[in-house]
Design a protein around this ligand. Structure first.
Ligand SMILES: C[S@@+](CC[C@H](N)C(=O)[O-])C[C@H]1O[C@@H](n2cnc3c(N)ncnc32)[C@H](O)[C@@H]1O
Length: 211
């Protein structure tokens, strides 16, 4: 009975337990994981919003200090267990919360990651995948919260999907003064997935003006 309540996924030397009510690592998870691996981040302060079972959090915790959050308490417990099993417990803090809400507004992170719930839904059916109106409501919130906590040259690294109203989302991102760089894309049966890096557009202009 116990085995049916959780799944064990061995990947890249990690042993990831996925509890029953926790989002199971999927195509979107692995696409973000692969891009993150190539970023070769070392000794950075990073955050993951909506960490699920924690595969990305574990990858980041190998060489960085991580804050991981999820609204689902089972997910947070699951990540705690996975961090302990994989001996990465000392490099990560976990909070069961909405986005990054409990944090003071301080620009401390080099990178903030998320694979948001993005399926368009009128009501919030399941926090793991319901992205709200046009699939972009939760993502917009994660972006707004991330900006408050990113260093000036910090980056948001996130999953986007053609299931979302991308036209509206890109406009929203642009109006926030961010630019979108697509790092990876992959076609699946009913959608195309992207991993995007969002960073401030005017990053170098002030330096030029002052220099
Ligand atoms: C698509 S799943 C991704 C999980 C994991 N990062 C992965 O890639 O496998 C989205 C995750 O976001 C969490 N989530 C949804 N709304 C949230 C919110 N407002 N604040 C924090 N986490 C949230 C869900 O519980 C779920 O674990």
């Amino acid at each position: 009975m116990k085995d049916l309540d959780q799944l064990l996924i061995p990947i890249d030397g990690f042993h990831i337990i996925v509890r029953k009510s926790v989002y199971q690592p999927s195509d979107d998870t692995y696409l973000l994981y692969d891009v993150t691996k190539k970023l070769l981040l070392r000794r950075r302060r990073v955050a993951e919003i909506g960490c699920g079972a924690g595969l990305l959090t574990l990858l980041l915790a190998q060489n960085n200090i991580v804050l991981a959050t999820d609204l689902n308490l089972e997910a947070v417990k699951c990540v705690l267990q996975n961090l302990k099993t994989n001996k990465l417990y000392l490099n990560a803090d976990l909070i069961c919360c909405d986005s990054l809400k409990p944090l003071r507004e301080s620009k401390i992170f080099d990178c903030i990651f998320f694979n948001p719930p993005y399926i368009p839904t009128e009501v919030h059916e399941d926090i793991a995948w319901s992205g709200g109106n046009e699939g972009i409501e939760v993502t917009k919130k994660f972006i707004l919260d991330s900006i408050k906590h990113l260093k000036r040259n910090g980056k948001i690294i996130c999953v986007l999907s053609t299931c979302m109203n991308l036209k509206k989302l890109y406009k929203f991102i642009d109006e926030l003064g961010l630019k979108t760089i697509i790092k990876s894309k992959k076609k699946f049966f009913f959608e195309e997935l992207y991993v995007a890096i969002l960073e401030r557009k005017n990053l170098y202009s002030n330096r030029a003006n002052s220099g």
